[in-house]
Design a protein around this ligand. Sequence first.
Ligand code: HEC
Length: 225
Amino acid sequence: MSETHQPENPGHGADSAPTTETQYAPPPGTEVHVYDGIVEHDNFLPRWWLGIIYGTIAFSIGYYGYYELGGGPSLREEYAVAMKQLDAAKAAAGSGAADGSASGSGSGSASGLGGDEEAVLVAWASSTDHVNQGKVVYDAKCAVCHGKAGEGGIGPNLTDDFWLHGAKHAQIAATIRNGVNDKGMPPWGAVLSNDEFKSTVVFVRSLHGTNPPNAKGPQGEKAAF
Ligand code: HEC
């Protein structure tokens, strides 16, 4: 520490800023080892550093005691518990949606309506408010591909008797929920709220037989309604 570093000093070549006395001044009398101009000091370890090492030691004792000796759950057991919770949550979400309009908040996702989907949707279709809500969603998200009046475009005509994936409410719901990925129909189940989803299905279904101008030719089978 008594000498000034030379920039060309071998062993310090990579260190472009030379160390000076003003940057670091160790307490006098703590040198324990000097070799080739390098001075080693016996400094106290910083408290934060000691805190970390003693903390990890204390943690490892508690961890080992709980998981290895004290019968704490294994990773497999924790996984099994988490999967049970997931199943319970899924079951709860399914039955919550099954009561349809009664849940009313519209906050749930449309992952599944539960129960008799066809009946839930047919009941939903009886309200013009729902059909109108569906039109709002349709205009914003579907008309680009299916045409403003459902006459078809990139996607098929939604007004005629011919359907690729079925024209029953529940079949339309399944197509809209899951999409047809490799044919360019996006999945909407995770995008729309439960209410929006049901309304969109019943609006699409209400387009049947409307005979809009410039309708796209038939695709798929003559469907049962
Ligand atoms: C990016 C374009 C695109 C958008 C946006 C789109 N669709 Fe589609 N849709 C398609 C295509 C393409 C198909 C045909 C899939 C196939 O060939 O199997 C399709 C098929 C369908 C079908 C099945 C038709 C049948 O004949 O069985 C329904 C129902 C449908 N879409 C409803 C919707 C609704 C509702 C929305 C909006 C929430 C929507 N689509 C948004 C492209 C789109």
